[in-house]
Ligand binder design. Structure first.
Ligand code: SF4
Length: 170
């Protein structure tokens, strides 16, 4: 099941993934779902190897949105992005993906290599969503159609920013 074509309608902002530059952040939206990741043999084996639960994770990003429940750690988006919007999150913070619903990243993870994933529990994370130039290359290469890029979703980002204003000011 690819990312919801109506996204982010019918979703709620459930977390903030901050950039350590203290200026930028992207929202995480739920509810999650049982998607391609839960059906992929490489992903299932990697979770089993780590002893981590394969649970619904939701969508990271609003204008550059990547459905982590559809992401099977292919990495094509990372290698084609001309401005390094994405990074392999586990190459910076090697924690279960559910913990990334509220996290702070410095953006120091691998942001260039298709096969730079830590393992198949890794996810492509739009840590520099604000740098997107709307070229759509990542959308075109994703094998599970996990990505939706839509500049007009800025209004949803701003609404969520108001909802989370106290956390963002802290
Ligand atoms: S649309 Fe282009 S610039 Fe934006 S995240 Fe995708 S590949 Fe990068």
């Amino acid at each position: 099941m690819p990312i919801d074509p109506q996204y982010p309608k019918n979703h709620q902002a459930i977390g903030i993934h901050r950039n350590a530059d203290a200026q930028h952040y992207h929202f995480v939206w739920g509810p999650g779902k049982v998607g391609e990741a839960a059906e992929n043999d490489d992903v299932k084996a990697a979770y089993a190897s780590r002893g981590e639960d394969l649970v619904p994770l939701g969508v990271h990003g609003t204008m550059v949105a990547l459905d982590w429940d559809s992401c099977i750690a292919d990495g094509g988006c990372i290698s084609v992005c001309p401005v390094q919007v994405y990074q392999w999150y586990r190459t910076e913070l090697d924690v279960p993906a559910i913990q990334m619903q509220n996290a702070t990243s410095a953006g120091t993870g691998d942001d260039r290599e298709k096969d730079g994933r830590k393992d198949y529990t890794d996810k492509s994370d739009p840590i520099r969503e604000h740098d997107c130039i709307w070229c759509m290359a990542c959308v075109a290469v994703c094998p599970t159609q996990a990505i939706k890029v839509d500049q007009s979703n800025t209004s949803f980002h701003e609404q969520a920013s108001q909802k989370f204003s106290q956390q963002l000011a802290a």
